[in-house]
Design a protein around this ligand. Structure first.
Ligand code: PLP
Length: 456
């Protein structure tokens, strides 16, 4: 067999034509979303004022294993997909590890992340339904950028509520969204009831993703013909992101490889859910037994230190309730935490896999993450996003373990994006000004106290 290339690309006609719905193969289903008022499982009618019809269908569909990707979506996927599977020969050499390290690189598009995979799908279905415009929130800015790109392509107006600290720290990120035609509002803002209420209670808040979600959903349901879209956490988003795992698995099959360990960073869980989907299927059905590993920031540790409970997806407590690992919708992560992965909860699908022992989770300190990021940048020549660097850090740790044990494991990790808009954080790391904030158990109490009381 010829030497495995540094970069392996599937051909255009090998881009998956269907997404994979992992729920169809899960032995036990994640608990259903509950209506925030009645606490009964949500129905199509409950969700239709918020989300587009096709996306509601996908959200509630736990049985269709493969779902066709429409031609109109594939047409835009082909602009930047397939994404390369890269063999990290240089990193392996630098670590002197017998492990084989692969990463699936999703940063080759203007949004600089995997988020475009779902943004395209969500904008496309909205356009098909004749929706007048979309509202969303963005934390670090990648989702807002991805959705701006997709909405520009399908010619749909878009309003983005951007978490205030990112809005201020990342003016160029904001400018990119505006270039694609989106309206960008710092959150919390005075433009919504929930924003005004939050500002009255916490006038100095730098915002949170949960709070921006509340504002975006309020604007969507109060503006005629508008709908809300979300870039992570939801079942539909994990479904769209399965394109990452399907491509990675197919590419590895062609190279006669199969991972012993699959690693991804976890914010709301969409890239990880997409990357592991086909491997989790193998694990659940007993075909193979790869380790699946979620890496989260020590400052926002929903899987490793959260509670498995029903919680709101937003701070304003207006969204349906999801059963997930959560720090409580009242949890606001430290503002010293750089870039992304700041969400209080975790995808219900991943939460269930974790609860049932299919998924492992670990957390990383941000200075260690940036050390891994700068090492990776120099060796592999890609400037990684801080979020992605959580996965890099864990992959390096696994490769070092292989060096110590002499085992030549095959490691696959998700490199979700590039970090060009995160240079403030890189600079603070390089100048030695970055520190690690790890909440104490006491710090987590107010968030847990904000959990709703649900009779199950
Ligand atoms: C948004 C984002 C993440 C985290 O989101 P998930 O939904 O957990 O995947 C990770 N990496 C990058 C580059 C992102 O933009």
């Amino acid at each position: 067999m010829a030497k495995i290339p540094y970069r392996f690309y599937l051909s255009e006609d090998q881009i998956p034509r269907q997404w994979y719905n992992l729920r169809a193969d899960m032995k036990e289903q994640p608990d259903p979303l509950l209506h925030p008022g009645t606490h009964k499982p949500v129905t199509t009618d409950d969700l239709s004022p918020i989300f587009c019809e096709e996306l509601v269908k996908q959200e509630l569909d736990a049985t269709t294993r493969f779902i066709d990707i429409p031609e109109g979506i594939l047409e835009m996927y082909k602009i930047y997909r397939p994404a390369p599977l890269i063999r990290a020969y240089n990193l392996e050499k630098a670590l002197k590890t017998p492990a084989k390290i692969y990463y699936k690189f999703e940063g080759n598009n203007t949004s600089g992340s995997h988020k475009l995979n779902s943004a395209i799908a969500q904008a496309y279905y909205a356009k098909e339904q004749g929706i007048k415009g979309l509202c969303t929130e963005t934390g670090a800015g990648q989702w807002g950028t991805a959705l701006s790109e997709a909405c520009a392509y399908y010619n749909l107006p878009l309003t983005v509520f951007m978490v205030k600290c990112s809005y201020e720290q990342k003016p160029y990120r904001r400018a990119v969204m505006q270039t694609f035609g989106a309206e960008v509002i710092p959150s919390p803002s005075m433009t919504t009831n929930v924003g005004r209420a939050i500002l009255q209670e916490h006038p100095d808040t730098t915002g949170s993703l949960g709070c921006a979600i509340s504002e975006a959903t309020e604007k969507a349901v109060t503006t005629p013909g508008y709908r809300y879209v979300l870039g992570s956490v939801l079942n539909q988003v994990l479904l769209h992101q399965s394109v990452i795992g399907l491509e990675a698995k197919k590419a590895m099959e062609i190279l006669h490889e199969y991972p012993d360990i699959v690693i991804g960073c976890a914010g709301g869980g969409s890239n990880l859910g997409g990357l592991i989907a086909p491997f989790a299927a193998d694990k659940i059905t007993g075909k193979s037994n790869p380790r699946l590993v979620a890496v989260e920031p020590a400052s926002c540790p929903s899987l490793t230190r959260g509670k498995y409970a029903y919680d709101f997806c937003d701070t304003g407590k207006a969204t349906p309730l999801a059963k997930m690992y959560t720090l409580g919708s009242g949890f606001i992560p430290s503002s010293n935490h750089a870039g992304g992965l700041r969400y209080h909860g975790m995808s219900p699908i991943l939460s269930k896999l974790y609860h049932d022992g299919y998924l492992e989770a670990t957390s990383a300190n941000q200075t260690d993450v940036f050390e891994a990021a700068t090492m990776f940048a120099k060796i592999e020549t890609i400037l990684p996003a801080p979020e992605s660097s959580h996965a890099i850090k864990a992959a390096i740790d696994e490769a070092i373990k292989c060096r110590e044990s002499g085992e030549a494991k095959t490691i696959l990790f998700g490199l979700t994006g590039t970090g060009y808009f995160d240079m403030t954080a890189y600079t603070s790391f390089l100048e030695g000004k970055m520190n690690d904030y790890i909440p104490t158990d006491e710090d987590l109490v107010p968030g847990f106290n904000s959990l709703p009381k649900i009779m199950e």
